[in-house]
Design a protein around this ligand. Structure first.
Ligand SMILES: Cc1cc2nc3c(=O)[nH]c(=O)nc-3n(C[C@H](O)[C@H](O)[C@H](O)COP(=O)(O)OP(=O)(O)OC[C@H]3O[C@@H](n4cnc5c(N)ncnc54)[C@H](O)[C@@H]3O)c2cc1C
Length: 504
């Protein structure tokens, strides 16, 4: 909007910009940790980045480091499945478990590649309504395959293609990156996103940390005359004559907007509490209330290390961007997921993200940072959300113990500092993520695309005139996706600004 010459004011409740993309020294000085998101693999498929539409890369200091060693799964017997950018090398790793699956993976990747263009095109522009999308997809073989994948579970898709349990576990867990149980129906499409995107676009991370993305956007807005107001929580929207005319901050200050207000927060924050005196369309409040939260939240332990992790009998693994600690058998895996659904904190779904393997600037020379990331229940069984304050340290200790089973050098001497973030901490630091729900609410097939946030309200326009939404509560949903690109097209259309000219 700034680039189009519109006067923009960004209003942020926290003392710094970034939301889920911030980087700070959270352990010892000199070690930079991503507070929330770390890997930006969806964003890199967005024309915003592919074509550098805002000049973030060429003018505003953003740089990505790239790894060909994407991700690996290590099992309790220290066997590994390694996923490289290169499909043939990936298949060699899979062949150790099943030569048939190695061939099937090649075939799957070809199929995913055919879907990719359709998915990427749909992801970064305004979505069609669910009915229209169905009708369009129904016209082609690829489309019908995607309709099926949307309806079934990620595990079903794994069973469609592969025979090795370890491979099925590793792959279905990627589908769970959207914080869903991969055995839930309506999660199968995830299979066609995370890893296939990584194979095509690589494992990339911003040099200096995830926050470098937000900082470059800040520079971009300010360079075009935009204003960023920090420490400014919006209490509610100002409405007059049925249209939004600005925002009212918790301090009482009012900021007026003549053209539009775009709310990049959670739909549940907005409806109805931020719209005083405005009569919502019937059932809208009810429908917002019944949006299903994501199954899981995330717990992060930040480690500052004197030397990078060394994995037992799996030497190369230490150079990979992400390493997941995997389950050996399906029954155990499935039970562990369902126990988590019930609120049990078993610490079964932990992984290491190791940014210093491609970006040494995040730590003093030769040293490393690790983002020890786990899926956990948002709310613990029979407990108030404050329970997280009690169990946080123990959870972090347990996660370290698990990692020590796989690594030889996670000794007290090697760990120079550590800290952790619970789902409750995430909520406290970002009002848009209740119970630490990183997607705002679940990415199920009935809450994505033309159904996000609600069927009929998927085009970023809200019931109050001139009020728009963007961000995780809208298409394309949670994750660092550059989703604002889709929302801004609708706002520009209403303001009669030619989007294509702006991005040229
Ligand atoms: C622990 C964790 C790990 C994650 N890991 C990854 C990952 O590796 N890869 C990935 O792609 N995604 C990851 N995510 C998800 C990703 O961070 C989010 O999906 C993404 O940041 C959402 O962007 P957004 O712009 O929609 O919202 P946000 O980044 O949440 O931005 C919303 C902003 O609004 C502000 N705000 C809220 N309420 C108000 C108010 N009333 N007034 C003013 N300002 C307000 C917030 O402070 C925040 O800055 C992770 C998230 C978490 C929490």
């Amino acid at each position: 909007m700034s680039k189009a010459g519109v006067k923009v004011c960004v209003v942020e409740e926290q003392p710094e910009v970034g939301g889920g993309t911030k980087t700070k020294e959270l352990t010892v000085p000199g070690f930079k940790h991503d507070c929330c998101s770390s890997a930006h693999y969806l964003l890199l498929a967005n024309p915003l980045m592919k074509n550098d539409e805002l000049g973030l890369l060429s003018k505003y200091g953003l740089e990505y480091a790239r790894s060909d060693k994407l991700t690996g799964e290590i099992f309790e017997d220290d066997t590994t499945i390694l996923f490289y950018l290169d499909i043939d090398k990936t298949c060699e790793s899979i062949a150790k478990f099943s030569p048939r699956d190695a061939d099937a993976y090649k075939e799957f990747e070809k199929t995913a590649g055919k879907h990719m263009e359709m998915i990427a095109r749909g992801m970064f522009g305004p979505p069609a309504s669910s009915g229209t999308a169905h009708a369009v997809m129904d016209q082609s073989e690829e489309g019908r395959e995607m309709l099926r994948a949307q309806a079934i579970s990620a595990w079903d898709v794994a069973e469609d293609w592969f025979e090795s349990d370890k491979l099925k576990i590793a792959l279905s867990r990627f589908a769970a990156e959207a914080m869903n149980n991969p055995f839930d129906k309506g999660t199968g499409f995830g299979f066609f996103i995370t890893l296939p995107f990584m194979h095509r676009f690589g494992g990339w991370m911003p040099v200096g940390g995830s926050g470098a993305l937000a900082e470059s956007l800040k520079r971009c807005v300010e360079a075009q005359g935009g204003v960023i107001k920090l420490n400014s929580a919006v209490k509610h929207f100002k409405i007059s004559g049925g249209e939004v005319t600005g925002v009212v901050l918790s301090s009482g200050e009012k900021i007026l907007a003549s053209k539009a207000v775009v709310a990049n927060i959670n739909a549940k924050q907005i409806f109805p509490n931020m719209l005083p005196g405005f009569e919502l369309p019937p059932k809208l409040g009810r429908n917002i209330n019944r949006l299903h939260q994501s199954r899981y939240s995330s717990f992060i332990q930040h480690l500052a290390l004197n030397e990078k992790p060394k994995f037992k009998r799996a030497g190369e693994l230490g150079d990979f961007l992400i390493v997941k600690f995997g389950h050996m058998n399906v029954e155990h895996y499935r039970n562990a997921l369902y126990r988590m659904d019930l609120g049990y904190l078993d610490n079964e779904f932990s992984s290491f993200c190791m940014p210093t393997s491609i970006d040494p600037s995040r730590a003093p020379a030769g040293k490393a940072v690790v983002h020890n990331y786990a899926l956990v229940p948002p709310v613990l069984k029979d407990s108030p959300s404050e329970k997280w304050d009690e169990v946080g340290q123990q959870t972090a200790d347990n996660m370290l113990e698990i990692a020590r089973r796989y690594c030889t050098n996670l000794t007290d001497e090697n760990i120079l500092g550590r800290s952790y973030v619970t789902p409750l901490d995430v909520q406290r630091r970002n009002s848009a993520m209740p119970a630490g729900d990183i997607c705002h609410f679940g990415m199920y097939n009935w809450q994505i695309g033309g159904n996000r946030p609600l069927p009929g309200w998927h085009m970023y326009r809200m019931p109050v005139k001139k009020l728009y939404m963007s961000g995780s509560s809208t298409h394309p949903g949670g994750g660092v996706t550059g989703g604002g690109r889709a929302a801004v097209q609708v706002v520009m259309e209403d303001l009669k600004i030619d989007f294509e000219k702006v991005i040229k």
